[in-house]
Unconditional design. Structure first.
Length: 283
């Protein structure tokens, strides 16, 4: 990857820009509109949102106000946790499209495999949701379909009825939290790994080894994290509401981490905590 607009190719042939702008915890309204516009201004062409983030409307406004053609921007959203199952998924998708004020999505994900509302029948409701995803994909309403926070047993259950393998799995991947079992499972099946919280929700900035690496490469810790994600073959989704940091997080193509330093970062086990167990979440 040599530029922020370089792409990975998903199993269905759709191309996805190699870094996405994350919008988790970016408040709907002026803050979300201005941060997404700032990201687009510095060259991002991949915006990641979700119904659960509550800011789809602002993402849609920012895309329109940017003046950039819709076809040049890759938009991802995710199914909200209380709307699993075939019928509710179709309703949720239409609400997302209304919120975004768009005709199609580039990527739609099942946000969590086992929400608390469906804890006793998650396999059944995921199957219904995926059937809706496949139909929307076939109809051209969604260019690519995938999942988020899925572990191997969630995939195995889904594939009992699915006819299309998920093209993406968006999971928490950051220094010290590499989810090797999930990553290996996905790579064996050509499922692209997207890395949310690639900066470890801020804890990474206090890690001595990361401070040393930032000094060694004359880069910020955030830039080291994003570059590490790319060199691991992930698609990172850094988030910031500050224009200077939004620009900085995209400026990662003029240096390369050594193989030893890539491994050093991976081995900082627990430095940023660990991802939530998707079978024990309370939302």
């Amino acid at each position: 990857m040599k530029a922020i607009t370089d792409t990975y190719e998903l199993s269905g042939g759709v191309k996805i820009p190699c870094i996405g702008f994350g919008t988790w915890q970016v408040q709907n309204g002026d803050s979300a509109v201005s941060s997404v516009k700032a990201a687009l201004d510095v060259g991002y062409r991949h915006i990641d949102t979700a119904a659960g983030y509550g800011n789809e409307e602002s993402v849609g406004i920012a895309v329109k106000e940017s003046g950039i053609a819709r076809s040049d921007i890759f938009i991802t959203s995710k199914l909200q946790n209380d709307m699993h199952g075939y019928d509710d998924t179709l309703k949720a998708f239409e609400q997302t499209m209304k919120n975004l004020d768009m005709e199609y999505l580039d990527l739609y994900l099942i946000h969590w495999p086992n929400p608390v509302k469906f804890r006793d029948r998650w396999q059944e409701t995921n199957a219904g949701s995926w059937k809706a995803f496949e139909e929307l994909h076939k109809a051209g309403r969604i260019r690519a379909i995938g999942v988020s926070n899925f572990h191997p047993h969630h995939f195995e259950a889904l594939m009992e009825t699915a006819t299309v393998l998920p093209m993406v799995n968006q999971i928490r991947l950051c220094p010290g939290d590499t989810q090797d079992e999930v990553v290996n499972y996905c790579r064996e099946r050509s499922i692209l790994l997207e890395a949310y919280s690639p900066l470890g929700v801020g804890k990474i900035f206090e890690v001595p080894e990361m401070k040393a690496l930032a000094e060694k490469y004359d880069k910020s810790i955030a830039q080291i994290c994003v570059r590490w994600s790319l060199q691991r073959g992930y698609l990172p989704l850094p988030k910031s509401a500050t224009p200077e940091r939004i620009r900085e997080n995209a400026d990662v193509f003029d240096f390369e981490l050594s193989a030893q330093d890539v491994q050093l970062i991976a081995d900082l086990k627990g430095c940023c905590g660990y991802s939530a167990d998707p079978d024990k979440i309370t939302w």
